[in-house]
Ligand binder design. Sequence first.
Ligand SMILES: Cc1cc2nc3c(=O)[nH]c(=O)nc-3n(C[C@H](O)[C@H](O)[C@H](O)COP(=O)(O)OP(=O)(O)OC[C@H]3O[C@@H](n4cnc5c(N)ncnc54)[C@H](O)[C@@H]3O)c2cc1C
Length: 492
Amino acid sequence: MSLNPIASGDAAWRVAVVGGGISGLAAAHRLTELSSAASRPIEVTLFEAGTRFGGVVGTREISGYCVELGADSFITNKPWALDLCRRLGLEHRLIPTEAAWRRALVLHKGKPVPVPEGFQLLTPTAIWPVLASSLFSPWGKLRIAAEYFLPRGKAGDDESLAHFVRRRFGREALERLVQPLVGGIYTSDPEKLSLRATMPRFLDFEKSYGSVIRGLRRQANRHQAAPTDDSGARYSLFATLAGGIGELIDVLAQRVRDRAMMHLQTAVESLLPDSEGARFGVVCPDRVARRFDAIVIALPAYRAADLIASFAGRAAQRLREIDYASTAIVVSGHKLTDVRHPLDAFGLVVPAVERRHILAVSFTSRKFSGRAPAGCVQLRTFVGGAMQPELMDLSDDEILGLVRRELSSLLGVAGQPDFELIARWNRAMPQYHLGHLDRVAQITSDLARFPGLALAGNAYAGVGLPDCIRSGELAAERVAVWLEHLSPSTNG
Ligand SMILES: Cc1cc2nc3c(=O)[nH]c(=O)nc-3n(C[C@H](O)[C@H](O)[C@H](O)COP(=O)(O)OP(=O)(O)OC[C@H]3O[C@@H](n4cnc5c(N)ncnc54)[C@H](O)[C@@H]3O)c2cc1C
């Protein structure tokens, strides 16, 4: 196998980014931004195995519907996606959620009922809507309200989401509301999900204020008195782009393409560190090892493991320990007259205790404007996840049939849809199980002897688009700092 040497006196640092999802694109983009301030230009090469950029993000136009196959929006109280949109000149394309339908429904004994107003994932911010809700028994309501007065728990090690919610709010809150709401984000089993790795602020509220409800209310009051971040007020809690999240991918990829080399359909097969572990050969299907001064690996953890297994076996093993869930989304377009339910919300989440075959339905065109033609509605129905993995073994036709039956029974959807498609995302959702933060810290420490190698992606410090963007940008920044440490005399 030949190794392309870097010619002595070469003017640029060479950095490879492996993976062209949002994390890899964000890393490549940040490297091109940093290039102008570096002591030498940074020459970036991005390798993507697939036929397009974006990974699990993709937007399509179908019969007048703007269809998202993966992510449909991003949270605005984490600033990194908004900030990237601004840097790409996309601020004027951002759209907020539709104020008229800003609420969620949860299935209760076969019927959709509103999530109590002010309920934030685990916690009510106001007690009255909980007391007025038909979701809980009288005892369940009392148990939730009692959280305000419960003594602080002992600060232990990692705690599962389920354990924490049962301890603070009782079993009904977990089964009827928290499990489906959180399941909608992580598609996870709450008994295994690490609260510290996913929603640490709730643990911090308990620690600082003695009660989660009290902490959340104090925070809300402080924010009202002195708003520090304008994003919530300007964009609502979630935002997207007028042309869908795919617009962000397209503009980002174009910006990177203008300043870097990008290869589609080029799966990196292995990495070859030099004897000092400082630089790497990147081996692609043509079997030529191109040499780089640094690498950002922006892949699912189990694929990153394949690339490093030959020289960092322990880190590879730990990467493989990060579990993944699979999910399928059935996207469909309907005439509003074919739907009995008023769809007066952003969507419906389905608790596991209801024993249905779907996890959630997003009323996508109620959430954002421009997602369906006039008089029509776009629905995205989620199936599978960590709680019902066996459903992923069904054929596409079986899943479509099952979703049709559920939509008919729960929302009164009838007639022939304008379109219907299924997007399968196999092993796409990393599961932040108990011990996740320790595992990631160990991986980081195992890889510390390869300072020119950085990991990015949704497997480590957050699964949402803003987290992925941040992970890519942080990886780029780490790599740029490392390049400045490389002595010019050793280059080549
Ligand atoms: C169904 C679904 C819905 C979601 N909804 C939302 C949402 O609404 N809001 C939100 O914020 N987040 C959402 N998420 C989460 C978010 O979309 C993902 O966490 C994020 O897009 C992952 O990006 P990534 O770049 O880390 O990984 P990926 O998108 O998985 O990208 C990895 C890329 O690497 C490529 N690749 C793999 N192997 C190789 C190789 N050997 N060489 C080169 N390339 C390789 C792959 O082809 C892929 O393009 C959702 C996720 C899913 C699955």
